[in-house]
Ligand binder design. Structure first.
Ligand SMILES: [Zn+2]
Length: 312
């Protein structure tokens, strides 16, 4: 959807509200008390009433807009921008474009959308051959961490650890100097607090199938991976050769870092996951084209916001 189509389809608050209601009913309204799926719509109260137990919920309740007071149109504009721009959109820029007085609610709205993108991608299981590596992203020190002595020269920056997993299958018949060219499937990036074997093994276990084959270096963090996948092909990989042996994790890490530098500056470690979730969500749907808006709308009515519910 280009900007002109967007403006003509959603010219005002009521067109956005009606569309949101349509999406909600298409996915199905579920009663938070009894789980019943049939509801009356009370137009005068603008809420659903459960046909079984009578519990009422607003149009926004139990969706990404749960607890939000921002206009529906703001949300639609944000969803449009997040799904139609190739890279991303900063909260400062969106606040300026909307002419909204306060920064925080806009920042919060974008994070809520990013967090449901992550929720949606949790459904993917990586199969076939999976490249595995860790990336280290510069983030700002969180308030509660300040006071801990940092290594000299690092200022208030620290390196957040990210486990990167990418499905990577060689394409039949296509080769170059490096051998067969692998085609990338789904990508996942997960912020982890340490590089212990237990941490990494359990994270991989959540995201792999038993038939997965893992390519990685010979880090001691990976010693138990053989127990949970079909095969773990660990090998010695020099830092400068990561791009050759683990091409897709290498590309993903450098593209994600560039995006964070270009658009979102000085991000705090606690929000890094959301930015990476947005990056992976768009990467995993890079061939979806215009249907991405529709997909994110579906996710928006499916998941209840968990990110600072009473804010924004
Ligand atoms: Zn009910």
């Amino acid at each position: 959807m280009n900007l002109l189509n967007f403006v003509s389809e959603f010219p005002d608050e009521s067109s956005c509200r009606n569309k949101f209601k349509e999406y909600r009913e298409r996915v199905g309204v579920v009663c938070p008390v009894c789980g019943h799926k049939e509801h009356y719509w009370k137009e005068d109260k603008a809420c659903y009433e459960c046909k079984h137990c009578g519990k009422r919920q607003s149009l926004r309740a139990n969706t990404v807009m749960h607890g939000s007071h921002l206009p529906f149109r703001y949300w639609f504009i944000a969803i449009h921008l997040l799904t139609s721009t190739k890279k991303s959109f900063s909260a400062v820029e969106l606040q300026r474009q909307l002419g909204h007085k306060r920064y925080e609610p806009i920042w919060c709205m974008l994070h809520k959308l990013r967090s449901i993108m992550g929720k949606r991608d949790e459904l993917y299981i990586l199969s076939g051959v999976m490249e595995l590596d860790e990336g280290f992203f510069s983030t700002e020190i969180e308030e509660e961490e300040k006071g801990t002595p940092l290594k000299r020269g690092r200022g208030s920056q620290k390196k957040s650890k990210v486990l990167v997993m990418a499905e990577s299958h060689p394409i039949e018949g296509q080769t170059n100097k490096k051998g067969k060219i692998p085609q990338v499937g789904h990508l996942k990036m997960v912020v982890i607090h340490d590089l212990k074997s237990d941490t990494i093994t359990s994270m991989v276990e959540k995201n792999r199938s038993k038939e997965t084959i893992i390519d990685s270096d010979l880090s001691t963090s990976y010693i138990h991976l053989n127990d949970i996948v079909k095969e773990h092909r660990g090998q010695v990989i020099l830092k400068k050769e990561t791009g050759k042996f683990l091409p897709w994790v290498h590309i993903a890490i450098s593209n994600a870092k560039r995006l964070l530098l270009d658009i979102h500056h000085d991000i705090k470690g606690e929000y890094l996951q959301n930015y990476l979730s947005e990056f992976c969500y768009k990467f995993n749907r890079r061939h979806f084209g215009e249907s991405l808006f529709h997909r994110l709308m579906i996710a928006s009515v499916t998941y209840k916001n968990q990110f600072r519910q009473n804010y924004g």
